[in-house]
Design a protein around this ligand. Sequence first.
Ligand code: NAD
Ligand code: 0WE
Length: 261
Amino acid sequence: MGMLSGKKALIVGVASPRSIAWGIAEAMHAHGAELAFTYQNDKLRSRVEAIAEKTGSDALFQMDVADDQQIDSVATSLKRQWDGLDILIHAVGFAPKDQLEGEFVDAVTREGFQIAHDISAYSFAALAKAFRPHMQGRQAAMLTLSYLGAVRAMPSYNVMGLAKASLEASVRYLAHGLGPEGIRVNAISAGPIKTLAAAGIPKFRAMLDHVETTAPLRRSINIEEVGQTAAFLCSDYASGITGEIKHVDAGYNIVGMAGLD
Ligand code: NAD
Ligand code: 0WE
């Protein structure tokens, strides 16, 4: 019996085999979960088809999280296919590229702020609203992905840090509101990983090198490690954990005086 046998999981956020959502899907499949996927747009459809095929899933829906109609339409379609939902994975983040360059105060604009918060933070609450009826009364779990830039000022992460701070607060408010219905809500704060969302970020390699020389484990982390932690947090082994932000970062966040040892 797998840790997730009999559980039905919807995975939002696969864009490539490097995606954190891909690592989560593979781990959840290995632990016995049945999977459904969404893809943002037609360009990404074939990528998501590949992971669906690999994990024996035939449930595939287009969903742009900026569009409430698309969210509601996936909720309706999934209801026809499944009697309920046990696990909801939100691995989505976006800010316009110009927001991630230079100093925060120079880069931030009203529009950039709004888009970053809408796509990266509000969308988690939007999914909770839409899928709540499917998850009620079945020890369900929601999980999102955050980054240390939510709680530390990091070079170039800028308005994404504000959006992740809002996302982490959403984890606590959603956990508070949905707990009485048996729904747990948590986040993984992952260390840097070279995914599509990290491609083209100036100095990303230098950030990985910094982690690899200063984190307690003296290395960076990978999508398989995020996947295994995600599987645990969404399993009944984590039945007492909700409203939590769990670091999967080789210990980077606990260090002070980095590099002086
Ligand atoms: P990725 O590019 O593989 O995934 C990002 C996903 O967001 C893509 O699947 C994309 O389609 C989706 N997305 C963006 N806008 C969307 C929209 N409007 N509607 C629907 N989907 C949309 O990159 P990733 O690194 O796997 O990112 C997944 C999550 O992990 C993000 O929340 C990111 O902030 C977080 N995270 C990433 C890292 C890292 O270093 N890669 C570290 C910590 C946290
Ligand atoms: O959350 C992220 C990725 C965020 C992200 C990345 C992009 C690139 C392409 C959001 N929006 C966009 N928009 C684009 O047009 N991470 C945690 C990875 C990441 O991104 C950084 C980082 C790290 C780490 C950006 C600057 C500094 C560090």
